[in-house]
Design a protein around this ligand. Structure first.
Ligand code: CU
Length: 399
């Protein structure tokens, strides 16, 4: 019965594929200047963590991308409020199977935030035992709760230790046999950790063999097919306001040598970039200085991706890991973007324009080789990255 229900879900999802995709909250209107969160109380998250750091933001649900966070503002302990992100959400969840088919585009073709289709999951106190549930159209779909983070620091010299905490905000979307937990962790030290947890059940596709699957059935007669979860996030940065934000890429060169050297590259044009072991990017506002006179910035750290690359003819959007583009209201999804007069995917957004008001598109890919332990229920596997303050405050703000 449960399986039949899930099959019905997928049929509905396929039907939805054939229907016109409703545009997200795209707007060509001029953007208001940065300020505190501009939403009503029902859509506001405002949490002062145990250590004194405060996170404020707005939340909403988009039919395609699910939970959307906006006006994300961090106030360090003893510090002043500083804007990080204008808007942040998923931008695609691409799930291609190793035999070549099927290939799912869960955000653009199905939608993570559809209450009618049943993809956006109703949450209960069991999902959110110590937090607050918030409702979208009277259905509780979003949990925000404070969770401990051991060893915010320990200092033998000062004979002290501090256990920190995170504000954890999440929603859950049921897509086919999978349940995806879309989670954002906002730490008291300013770090933001977007991540996606996939759980639920393995897909029952049983068409594969040892060349593209793993024997999960009794006696190695039945194989579960290997597949990738390629997750794209869209981050519209506004470091202390939208103007004057620039993007730098840092590399620390040297291999087999005693010395390493710093290479700083200012990305003046839209860029499709790839991961490298010591590489990071940062969005800097050169006009916003911390107490040391250093420009405030937020760093994008991605180090844990299987770097999926699909066929060039149909999946060029998978050919790079991080895209940096200039804000355009209609560019919402990494793939299958159906807004009128807009390019269809992130590779096409990246077309050499001057890079101002930067939007970062981050892809973290996980190649899932099923195990016996994945059936059933499947233990959650997580994938994500980090956004870390760099010189937002002049010194550590941990008490
Ligand atoms: Cu999987």
């Amino acid at each position: 019965m449960f399986r039949l229900f899930r099959h019905a879900r997928v049929l509905m999802a396929v039907a939805a594929l054939l229907m016109p995709v409703m545009p997200g909250p795209a707007s060509a209107a001029p953007r208001p200047p940065a300020a505190g969160p501009s939403c009503d109380k029902a859509h506001r998250i405002d949490k002062t963590l145990k250590s004194g750091a405060r996170w404020q933001m707005c939340w909403d649900i988009d039919r395609s991308t699910g939970m959307v966070l906006s006006d994300v503002t961090y106030t360090p302990n003893r510090g002043t409020p500083t804007r990080v992100l204008k808007s942040a959400s998923l931008a695609e969840v691409h799930v291609p199977y190793d035999s070549g088919q099927p290939r799912f585009y869960d955000v653009s073709a199905i939608g993570f935030g559809d209450l009618e289709l049943g993809t956006l999951t109703k949450l209960s106190k069991d999902d959110c035992p110590t937090g607050t549930l918030s409702a979208f159209r009277n259905v509780p779909v979003m949990c925000s709760q404070e969770q401990p983070r051991p060893f915010a620091y320990k200092s033998a010299v000062e004979k002290s230790v501090l256990h920190g905490s995170d504000l954890v905000v999440f929603s859950v979307s049921e897509i086919g046999w999978y349940d995806y937990i879309t989670e954002w962790r906002f730490s008291d030290d300013g770090t933001i950790t977007p991540r996606s947890g996939a759980t639920g059940s393995l897909s029952p596709f049983q068409f594969s063999d040892a060349s593209s699957g793993w024997p999960t059935g009794v006696g190695s007669k039945r194989f579960s097919e290997n597949h990738s979860h390629n997750i794209f996030w869209r981050l519209d940065f506004d470091v202390e306001g939208q103007s004057k934000n620039i993007v730098e890429q840092y590399d620390y060169r040297g291999s087999g040598t005693a010395k390493r050297t710093t290479k700083r590259t200012v990305l003046t044009q839209e860029t499709a970039a790839d991961l490298a072991p010591t590489r990071f990017w940062r969005v800097v506002n050169p006009t916003a200085l911390n107490g040391d006179g250093h420009p405030k910035s937020w760093e994008i750290d991605v180090h844990d991706s299987d770097q999926y690359r699909g066929p060039a003819e149909t999946e060029k959007f998978t050919h790079h890991d991080v895209y940096l583009t200039t804000y355009r209201g209609c560019e919402r999804l990494a793939y299958g973007n159906s807004a009128p007069d807009c390019a269809p995917s992130v590779d096409a957004y990246t077309n050499g324009e001057k890079l101002t008001d930067p939007v970062a598109w981050v892809s973290v890919d996980y190649h899932h080789v099923p195990r016996d332990e994945d059936q059933d229920p499947m233990p959650t596997h997580w994938q994500g990255f980090r956004i870390v303050p760099r010189d937002v405050t002049a010194t550590s703000q941990l008490p």
